[in-house]
Design a protein. Structure first.
Length: 265
C-alpha cells in the first residue's frame, strides 16, 4: 500500500525495538516523511546520530519508570564522583534485566500511554521496548493490536559493543556509567532474549538487520510489512563508522544467528 496521507493508514501502530546502537534510529527515521505521530519532544540529533534519534522523551520517561523498580539504584549517580556499572536515571536503556523479571504498570503510567495512543497513528522507538513492550501492547485495543507492527532491529554484537564503548566515552549523560565489554554482551543478549522469548510469539514481527536497511530489497521488505513508503534518502553509508571488536561471546553469536535466520524466513 502506498501512503501519502493519513487517510490511507489503518490505525498504524509501529514499534521499533532493539539494542542501542543497532540501527533503531535509522529504522524509525525511515517513516519521518509519513503523517504519523512519533512524539512531541524528540531527542535532538548528536554526533552519534546526526540525522536524529526519532525517539520521544515521554516514551523514554514512561519506559524508564517501568524499568526503574527492577534496577538497583546508587546514591550519587551522575554526580561525577565515581562510576558504577548499574544504569541510573536516563541510562536504563542499558539495563541488564534477567528473563525472570516481569514489567508491571500502574494506572498513572497506563494513562500516559493511552494519552500517546490518542494522538492517532504512531511510530514509537525506544531500546527499552525490549523489556517493556508487553505493557504497551496490552493497552492497545483489539483492532489496534491486530494492526500493530513490530520491527526488531539488530546488528552484530561485536559492532554494537564497539559503538556503545564510544558512546559511553563521549556522551555526557553516560559519564557516571562504566560497564565492561562482557556486560555489554550480557545487555545485548538479554534484550534479544526478551524479544524472542517474551514478545515475538504474538503479533506481526519483522526482523531487520542493520545492513539490510542499506539495500533496496531490505527497504522494500519494510515498506511491504508496514504498508508505508519509507524515506530512501535517509540511509547514509558514510555514517556506518563502527567496527567490530575482536572478542565475541559465543552465547551472543548463537542469538545473532537466530535473528539472522528469522530475518531470512
Amino acid at each position: 500500500m502506498e501512503c501519502t496521507n493519513s487517510s490511507c493508514i489503518e490505525t498504524a501502530r509501529i514499534f521499533v525495538l532493539g539494542t542501542g546502537r543497532s540501527g533503531t534510529s535509522l529504522a524509525a527515521g525511515l517513516f519521518r516523511r509519513q503523517p504519523i505521530f512519533m512524539g512531541d519532544n524528540l531527542l535532538k540529533s548528536s554526533e552519534a546520530n546526526p540525522h536524529g534519534y526519532f525517539e520521544d522523551r515521554e516514551v523514554n520517561a514512561i519506559n524508564e519508570a517501568l524499568i526503574a523498580p527492577l534496577v538497583p539504584t546508587h546514591q550519587g549517580a551522575h554526580s561525577g564522583d565515581y562510576c558504577q556499572d548499574i544504569p541510573g536515571d536516563s541510562q536504563r536503556w542499558l539495563a541488564r534485566l534477567p528473563l525472570s523479571k516481569s514489567i508491571t504498570t500502574n494506572e498513572a503510567i497506563s494513562t500516559r500511554i493511552r494519552s500517546l495512543y490518542n494522538r492517532g497513528n504512531s511510530c514509537f522507538k525506544d531500546p527499552r521496548f525490549c523489556y517493556t513492550l508487553n505493557v504497551w501492547r496490552n493497552l492497545l485495543g483489539e483492532q489496534q493490536g491486530l494492526n500493530a507492527r513490530f520491527l526488531c532491529v539488530f546488528r552484530h554484537p561485536a559492532v554494537v559493543a564497539e559503538s556503545l564503548l564510544k558512546e559511553m566515552r563521549t556522551a555526557q549523560y553516560l559519564r557516571s556509567l562504566a560497564i565492561s565489554v562482557d556486560q555489554i554482551y550480557a545487555y545485548w543478549s538479554l534484550c534479544y532474549q526478551h524479544i524472542l522469548q517474551k514478545h515475538s510469539q504474538h503479533g506481526r514481527w519483522l526482523f531487520v538487520s542493520h545492513e539490510s536497511m542499506f539495500t533496496d530489497e531490505g527497504l522494500s521488505r519494510i515498506e511491504k510489512f508496514c504498508g508505508l513508503n519509507v524515506d530512501r534518502s535517509l540511509p547514509d553509508k558514510s555514517l556506518n563508522r563502527s567496527r567490530a571488536i575482536n572478542h565475541v561471546e559465543p552465547s551472543c553469536l548463537e542469538v545473532y544467528e537466530r535473528l539472522l535466520k528469522l530475518e531470512n524466513e
